[in-house]
Write a protein that binds this ligand. Structure first.
Ligand SMILES: [Fe+2]
Ligand SMILES: [Fe+2]
Length: 308
């Protein structure tokens, strides 16, 4: 990937802002969701909304850590954009009769745990960790899920909305991979030492316990939607390709760890990984919701209302 001009990117972000009011949410086409798709789509959209939220929270944490002001501003815009994606998806759910008025969809338990972790610990994570995990989450969960959806859903409004969302996402990925590469600059021993120090942080370990089952849960949900899990793996391969396009990118140990982990996820025959992680997914189904703390306050900023 060519070097990214962050100033130009920031300008492009500002020039391409859109809002929920740009759409006529009552336009015909909502009836194109067949009965047999409706329930699956409802669960899928609920997850997607919350994944946008995870992205939003991640960018908020990144903004605080940004090494320069341009990048800080970019992350602040991205934070707002992910919230807008969540809101647009809520508006679609409302259009399809999946949620009522101010109702928020229920996130699956693994998303719930991840959100909890982000809220408590993401601000304590160094830029390096966030800057490596976010591109993976964006390319697999945010990016890939949005594209899958377009193949399945026949409502033209859905396509209009996701054209905007995907254009935003393309800019997110450009910056994500730029930063991933940036983080690999510097003497190797220094990066390695920092990585080791961070990897021993118990807060990060907790994050891993949230992240591993989340990916397997999302894989299962994708299959439930009637989509091929290979599509998710193709998206993960993109992380490897773009993230490793330069020597600096490859020199980032977090990139290497993400790629190694991606290899385990893709390989269903790897029982050593999938055995325990699938068990964690099953186990998390038994966590009673009353045990989970209330949703964090930033969630209340979610709304389908166009003027927000
Ligand atoms: Fe998004
Ligand atoms: Fe994004």
């Amino acid at each position: 990937m060519p070097q990214l001009d962050l100033e130009k990117t920031l300008q492009r972000i500002k020039d391409n802002q859109w809002s929920l009011a740009d759409f006529d949410w009552d336009a015909p086409g909502a009836e194109n969701i067949p009965e047999e798709q409706w329930h699956k789509l409802k669960a899928f959209m609920a997850d997607l909304t919350w994944i946008e939220h995870i992205g939003a929270r991640g960018f908020a944490a990144m903004a605080k850590k940004a090494p320069n002001d341009t990048l800080k501003q970019i992350y602040e815009w991205f934070h707002a954009e992910e919230q807008r994606h969540a809101n647009a998806e809520l508006a679609l759910m409302r259009r399809w009769g999946m949620i009522k008025d101010d109702e928020l969809p229920e996130p699956n338990i693994n998303l719930r745990i991840t959100i909890e972790w982000l809220d408590k610990f993401s601000d304590d994570m160094p830029l390096n960790v966030l800057g490596s995990v976010i591109p993976m989450l964006e390319v697999t969960l945010d990016g890939a899920l949005c594209k899958f959806l377009l193949e399945e859903v026949k409502d033209p409004m859905c396509h209009e909305v996701f054209a905007k969302i995907n254009a935003d996402e393309a800019r997110h990925l450009g910056v994500d991979f730029h930063v991933l590469e940036m983080l690999g600059h510097g003497p190797k021993y220094r990066i390695a030492l920092e990585t080791l120090a961070t990897a021993m942080n118990p807060k990060l370990m907790l994050g891993i316990f949230a992240y591993f089952p989340l990916l397997n849960r999302m894989r299962d949900n994708i299959v439930k939607m009637g989509l091929k899990e290979e599509r998710l793996y193709e998206a993960m391969a993109k992380f490897k390709k773009y993230g490793g396009a330069t020597p600096e990118g490859r020199a980032n140990p977090w990139y290497q760890l993400m790629v190694m982990h991606g290899g385990w996820v893709i390989d269903r025959k790897n029982k050593l990984y999938h055995g325990p992680v699938d068990a964690m997914v099953k186990m998390s189904d038994y966590i009673p919701t009353w045990l989970m703390p209330d949703v964090p306050s930033w969630v209340n900023k979610l709304t389908w209302r166009p003027f927000a």
